[in-house]
Design a protein around this ligand. Structure first.
Ligand SMILES: Cc1cc2nc3c(=O)[nH]c(=O)nc-3n(C[C@H](O)[C@H](O)[C@H](O)COP(=O)(O)OP(=O)(O)OC[C@H]3O[C@@H](n4cnc5c(N)ncnc54)[C@H](O)[C@@H]3O)c2cc1C
Length: 420
């Protein structure tokens, strides 16, 4: 029997633990927390601390450092369940997990010893790792060629630019402005990062910076492990977001921050198999979509209109069926990507596909769910409008779905004659 879609007993127990936690600790409070108007006052530390005590921020850390030593598949099961109750909380764990994956691949033994252990032994149980990569002019996930465009322009697009596909932003926006300059045994880092998940809440910043003033090439990007309270690190604007408000996103500012050279990780592009967290982000949106499906189904069984419960109306039936098909397909693709990563199959297109598909499905399914609820779907007293707002982030963050397609996915597709 080569294909087995069942979870092991341990995986099912972990999934059930995460679901019970989500149901008990997150679901009853998520809507109320979501309505707090000040985005800097929302982050529910008590929920996160309890989750971390259960090991949710340590699934990927090997046991020798005190972690659970689990894989991406198990991490995705946890993230899906948490996101089922609140996607902001799910996203906080997805972004943290993504950094642990990068550290597994690119950190030295000494760095792992210090930082993995610090996460596992944190007495406050408040240890999250952020990724300060994105800047105003550059999203962290751009592909090399995007940083090396030759034509500099502003104003209307000239016809020849369409022909050569070399429309690029002005130079000052094209490059990472955060720079790491060597100074003795240290790097000195200056720059400002935008939109950073858990910015101002995390304890470690896995920071991307250009090495040297002159270098513009992607391969000259360094990754640095910087304590969040290091001298010169400060936090600016906290973003007031449409959805996923239970995670915090803030500006991270580096002002002459000294980083010992031993805290530089393997350079980007030289890392053997940096894994991207795509399966984990796909799990966030699978969780939202599943919740929307369950809410719509439950509502359709009790709402009485046109002489019958609306589940008996064919128009509603087609929406329920369409939602179910998409949720199940999304979950299969997400688990396939996670499983494949755990086999260390290398970074494959299944990751891109899972992120793109699950995030699009979440937008579609929450929109259909709102339709099933009719006017009540649009009202804040009912769950669907929050689910829709939370879902809408998916195609935008991590990397936009368009960037993923044109940056990576199409290259893989073009190298094959068929899909599998
Ligand atoms: C809630 C949230 C959390 C985030 N968390 C983090 C974080 O923790 N760390 C971090 O570093 N970043 C983070 N980001 C940043 C995120 O990765 C970027 O916002 C995202 O990659 C898009 O970049 P941008 O906002 O600059 O959009 P732009 O790059 O300005 O995109 C604008 C439009 O142009 C399209 N486009 C841009 N480039 C291309 C291309 N090469 N090919 C095709 N289409 C293209 C896009 O698809 C989009 O439609 C977060 C963003 C949000 C909204």
């Amino acid at each position: 029997m080569a294909i087995d879609f069942s979870l092991t007993q341990e995986q099912e127990a972990l999934r059930a633990l995460a679901h019970e936690f989500a149901e008990r600790e997150i679901k009853p409070r998520a809507a109320e927390l979501d309505r707090i108007s000040d985005p800097a006052a929302i982050f529910p530390w008590d929920i996160y601390e309890k989750g971390n005590r259960l090991g949710f921020n340590k699934t990927l850390i090997p046991p020798e450092y005190g972690g659970l030593g689990l894989g991406e598949l198990e991490t995705c099961l946890v993230v899906e369940e948490l996101s089922w109750a609140d996607a902001g909380i799910g996203s906080t764990y997805f972004v943290h997990a993504m950094q642990l994956l990068t550290m597994q691949d690119a950190a030295t033994d000494d760095q792992k010893e210090r930082w993995f252990r610090a996460i596992c032994e944190d007495p406050e149980e408040r240890f999250f790792v952020s990724l300060p990569a994105t800047e105003h002019g550059v999203a962290g996930n751009l592909q090399p060629r995007d940083l090396r465009g030759s034509a500099v322009n502003s104003g209307p697009i000239r016809p020849e630019e369409w022909a050569t596909h070399r429309t690029v932003p002005p130079a000052e926006q094209r490059e990472f402005t955060t720079v790491a300059v060597e100074d003795g045994d240290d790097y000195v880092i200056n720059g400002t990062k935008r939109f950073i998940t858990t910015g101002g809440r995390s304890k470690l910043l896995l920071t991307w910076a250009r090495k040297g003033q002159e270098s513009t090439d992607y391969s000259a990007m360094g990754q640095f492990l910087i304590p969040a309270d290091a001298l010169g690190v400060s936090y600016g604007h906290v973003e007031d977001k449409m959805g996923q408000r239970l995670m915090q996103n803030a500006e991270v500012i580096f002002d002459n921050v000294r980083v010992p050279k031993r805290d530089e990780m393997l350079e980007l592009g030289k890392t053997p198999a940096v894994r991207g967290g795509d399966a984990e982000v796909a799990a966030v949106f699978t969780g939202i979509a599943r919740r929307a499906y369950e809410e719509a189904l439950a509502y359709s069984r009790i709402r009485y209109k046109g002489g019958a419960k609306i589940i008996f109306h064919q128009a509603v039936q087609t929406m329920i069926c369409d939602m179910a098909i998409k949720v199940l397909t999304a979950r299969l693709l997400m688990l396939r990507a996670a499983w494949q990563n755990d086999q260390r199959a290398g970074y494959t297109a299944h990751n891109n596909m899972a992120k793109i598909y699950c995030s699009d499905v979440a937008v579609d399914v929450t929109s259909k769910g709102m339709q099933v609820f009719g006017g009540y779907g649009y009202m804040r007293d009912f769950p669907m409008e929050k689910l829709y707002r939370d879902a809408r982030l998916g195609p935008i963050y991590h990397a936009t779905n368009e960037m993923m397609m044109v940056g990576q996915l199409v290259r893989w597709l073009a190298s094959l004659d068929t899909i599998y």
